[in-house]
Design a protein around this ligand. Structure first.
Ligand SMILES: *[C@@H]1O[C@H](CO)[C@@H](O)[C@H](O)[C@H]1NC(C)=O
Ligand SMILES: *[C@@H]1O[C@H](CO)[C@@H](O)[C@H](O)[C@H]1NC(C)=O
Ligand SMILES: *[C@@H]1O[C@H](CO)[C@@H](O)[C@H](O)[C@H]1NC(C)=O
Ligand SMILES: *[C@@H]1O[C@H](CO)[C@@H](O)[C@H](O)[C@H]1NC(C)=O
Ligand SMILES: *[C@@H]1O[C@H](CO)[C@@H](O)[C@H](O)[C@H]1NC(C)=O
Length: 378
């Protein structure tokens, strides 16, 4: 005997389907709202990608496929997101000491980029702690104002870390507790600057960094490497060497919230570094990106325009964890896509050579120097 499957009674009436549809609609809406509320960073990133795609489609229609490369790039993004969500391979265990071949410690040699204390993967502790706890641990090692240099060899680079900042006080201690020990292990001479934007105007990350560059150079002429470090990016591998190279470098190549994949081929944001000369050559950042997003893509265009390639850390060392509520507090810059189309034209007139700002307040704290000012859109 064949057993007939019986539908629930209410589905035998059309009204039953309406109820079902309504229920599934409500469920979808609920999970979307839930996602946006609890994962605003991801939601924002998706929105960003959606806008970029939309822009591409519009270009495609208007210019009939001339901007093919860009389309392919975005197709690539979609591909990654749909098919390749698996994590990344972890760094293989190191059996031989992490040192250059035949290296002899000497006070008179330039420090190499490898030291045995650099063990690779580091444990990231995202617990919020007060700044005083990090101060206690490091203020006897780090000079007041946030600088340090090695004494058992000559530092290869004198690095200025510029951290664009507004209201993320709980992020600073988390960054410091991971970054400082790492830099000390790497024997890098460094100084840390927090560039603080006062007031509630739109955030201008790039302008802050230009100002940070000029002000840091006033404090120490001998900086030869600048690293622009978002406060919510925590390095996961202490072999990700924080020095410059002959090419601008992208340190934060793989981010946990993007499944440890490069966000897109031309991505140059989060944590990156250039030599002082490279930064001057490209005329710094654009000053015109008010609100979150776009300034890093513009900077990438500048770099490429000057014939530089982007260098990236080897062996998947460029892994970072981002502190949640990434990008939530700052409003997006919606005009960025149209501005980005003219990156090259603006290059010569918009940047270090067109920088105007009122004198910042400079204060020295135990682990950093705070360069603070209000920015005015003109
Ligand atoms: C280190 O010292 C050894 C023995 O003195 C020497 O053979 C070797 O060349 C030195 N290595 C370097 C990189 O100078
Ligand atoms: C994370 O940091 C907090 C505060 O310093 C500490 O109490 C906690 O034990 C740490 N967690 C781990 C797993 O080390
Ligand atoms: C401070 O140092 C202690 C002892 O080494 C360590 O357990 C603790 O996690 C450190 N805290 C921070 C915030 O670095
Ligand atoms: C940049 O990379 C391209 C392609 O790999 C290469 O042809 C070019 O020579 C590189 N440029 C520099 C300045 O190294
Ligand atoms: C930097 O200084 C400004 C103005 O003095 C202050 O409002 C801000 O909180 C400081 N930032 C940090 C991270 O201490």
């Amino acid at each position: 005997m064949v057993r007939r499957y019986k539908y629930p009674r209410f589905l035998s009436r059309p009204r039953g389907y309406v109820v079902l549809l309504l229920l599934s609609f409500l469920c979808t809406m609920y999970s979307m709202l839930h996602f946006i509320y609890y994962k605003p960073g991801r939601a924002n990133a998706l929105l960003y990608r959606y806008q970029a795609m939309q822009e591409t489609v519009i270009d495609y229609v208007y210019y009939g496929g001339i901007r093919r490369r860009k389309t392919e790039k975005n197709m690539y993004i979609i591909y990654i997101y749909i098919y390749d969500i698996k994590g990344s391979a972890s760094t293989p265990a190191q059996t031989i000491p992490y040192l250059p071949l035949n290296y002899n410690y000497s006070n008179f040699d330039v420090c190499p980029e490898k030291f045995p204390e650099m063990k690779g993967q580091i444990y990231v502790n995202m617990t919020e702690i007060p700044l005083s706890e990090v101060n206690t641990n490091f203020s006897h090692i780090i000079q007041h104002g946030g600088s340090w240099e090695p004494h058992d060899c000559i530092a290869a680079w004198n690095v200025a870390f510029l951290i664009p900042f507004r209201n993320r006080f709980e992020h600073l201690p988390i960054l410091f507790r991971h970054l400082l020990p790492m830099l000390i292990k790497q024997r890098i001479k460094f100084s840390i600057f927090v560039i603080n934007q006062e007031g509630d105007d739109l955030f201008n990350r790039a302008l802050l960094l230009n100002i940070g560059f000029v002000e840091a150079m006033k404090i120490d002429h001998s900086f030869d490497c600048f690293i622009f470090h978002d406060v919510d990016h925590i390095p996961e591998n202490d072999r990700n060497y924080y020095g410059c190279t002959g090419m601008p470098r992208l340190f934060a190549e793989q981010l946990d919230i993007h499944g440890y994949r490069l966000e897109y081929e031309d991505f140059f944001g989060g944590v990156n570094g250039v030599t002082t000369q490279q930064f001057k050559n490209v005329n710094g950042f654009s000053n015109q990106f008010w609100g979150w997003g776009g300034e890093d893509d513009d900077f990438y265009t500048r770099i490429r325009h000057y014939g530089y390639n982007v260098s990236r850390p080897p062996n998947n060392y460029g892994k970072y964890q981002s502190i949640v509520n990434h990008h939530t507090q700052e409003r997006q810059y919606l005009g960025r896509f149209s501005r980005l189309k003219h990156s090259v034209e603006r290059n010569f007139i918009d940047g270090l050579n067109s920088l105007h700002y009122k004198k910042p307040t400079i204060r020295h704290y135990p682990l950093f120097t705070n360069i603070s000012l209000k920015l005015r859109p003109d």
